[in-house]
Design a protein around this ligand. Sequence first.
Ligand SMILES: Cc1cc2nc3c(=O)[nH]c(=O)nc-3n(C[C@H](O)[C@H](O)[C@H](O)COP(=O)(O)OP(=O)(O)OC[C@H]3O[C@@H](n4cnc5c(N)ncnc54)[C@H](O)[C@@H]3O)c2cc1C
Length: 435
Amino acid sequence: MNNSADVIIIGTGVIGAAIAFEMSKAGRSVLSLDRNAQAGHGSTGGSCAIIRMHYSTFDGTAFAWEGYHYWRDWAAYLGLPEDTALAQFRQVGCMTMKTDANGYLAKHMQYSAELECPFEDWSAAQVQERLPIYSMDSFAPARRMEDPEFGQPNGARMGGAVFWPLAGYVTDPALSAQNLMAAAAQHGTRVEGGAEVVEILQSAGRVSGVRLSDGSERHAPVVINVAGPGSSIINRMAGVLDDMTIQTRPLRQEVVHVPSPEGFDFETNGTIVSDSDIACYVRPEHGNHILIGSEDPQCDPHHWVEDDVSYDREFSDQWTTQAMRYAQRVPSLGIPSATRGVVDLYDASTDWIPIYDKSSLPGFYMACGTSGNQYKNAPIAGKLMAALVEYCEGGADHDRDPMRFTLPYLGREIDAGFYSRRRKINDESSFSVLG
Ligand SMILES: Cc1cc2nc3c(=O)[nH]c(=O)nc-3n(C[C@H](O)[C@H](O)[C@H](O)COP(=O)(O)OP(=O)(O)OC[C@H]3O[C@@H](n4cnc5c(N)ncnc54)[C@H](O)[C@@H]3O)c2cc1C
């Protein structure tokens, strides 16, 4: 076996696979490593795979709006044989409730307007027309179930929402990563499953490869850490934590699946909803189910975990809390006694914005801290990382002169320093999964 390559990529999740695809298309020999047997079986497999466009920052919005276009054109982007089973993008729109907490979405609408990303400003009546199962009572602030005031309307009414009609979700996120790996393989990427990285090798002051748990070595002058919730462990192995102002940490999350209420077909007529009044986001799920995620309200404890392998995969009372929060909005929602859904990890960064960057170790790069909100950006993150490696390996100092990068679909130039590991904590962030 050839143990050398131009680039080693640690991780075959959706972002690692997208980077492999872009770098091998650009002519680099790529070796992708994952301790799992199958691509996409890390946090990508547990993702809700929502493709929305609105973010709290202008740069975040531009990146996500650009990212949407690859999901829309998935088959053309990949170039796989016609009979390949592909992940599907379902364009159901995303409705975000206007609340005090999100500034009634003024900033989000302004950014979308500036980027010519379509949106509609909906009244409360339009919300109920789309979702007749909805109560428009306001319940903020979000509470825990044990709070005596849980479920009590606060007397105000929801004023309306903003609807982004092009948003949607991907039906099978693990398959999307496998699609990307297959596309990368067409351009020569080699993939090794069951390959756990335990050491980052260095020689003459730069990275030189990795050691695997079986003691064998793989060599390359460039190594990229795309280990998802395992990213901080890999960064520690490389000894690159010291100059980072932004840290990454695995954060446990529960996602709830419940049946749509009797008489309403949420799978066909539902939409994605982000509702900070009750601190939940939802989307249609197959089998006429509703998937309910958390928007991380202040009252909920954060379940940080030590490592990305040994964490509790059972549902807790958080599952019931999330289901009951959504039942405030949908009084007819039935909550089954059998819990169904997903327990997985975010790789949360200090300001909930990812790191797409080089490191203090020459040749060692990172695409991490994706904070529960970067699935949608995988294809464009792949392009950004491929360009960043070319830029830095060509001798440029990205820390001093951050790379300018043109988003191919939007034709807009962005400052890639926005994603620096050494940035000032971005106080425009929502400091939540909303990014
Ligand atoms: C519950 C949940 C819901 C989410 N919902 C959304 C959403 O709706 N929209 C959105 O945009 N984003 C969402 N996200 C975030 C999104 O899923 C992630 O940002 C994205 O999947 C990260 O992809 P990745 O390739 O970086 O990491 P991962 O998919 O986690 O892949 C990392 C890989 O690295 C491997 N690895 C780790 N350590 C080692 C090692 N030492 N040696 C070898 N291999 C190693 C792992 O096995 C894994 O396969 C969600 C995330 C979660 C957990």
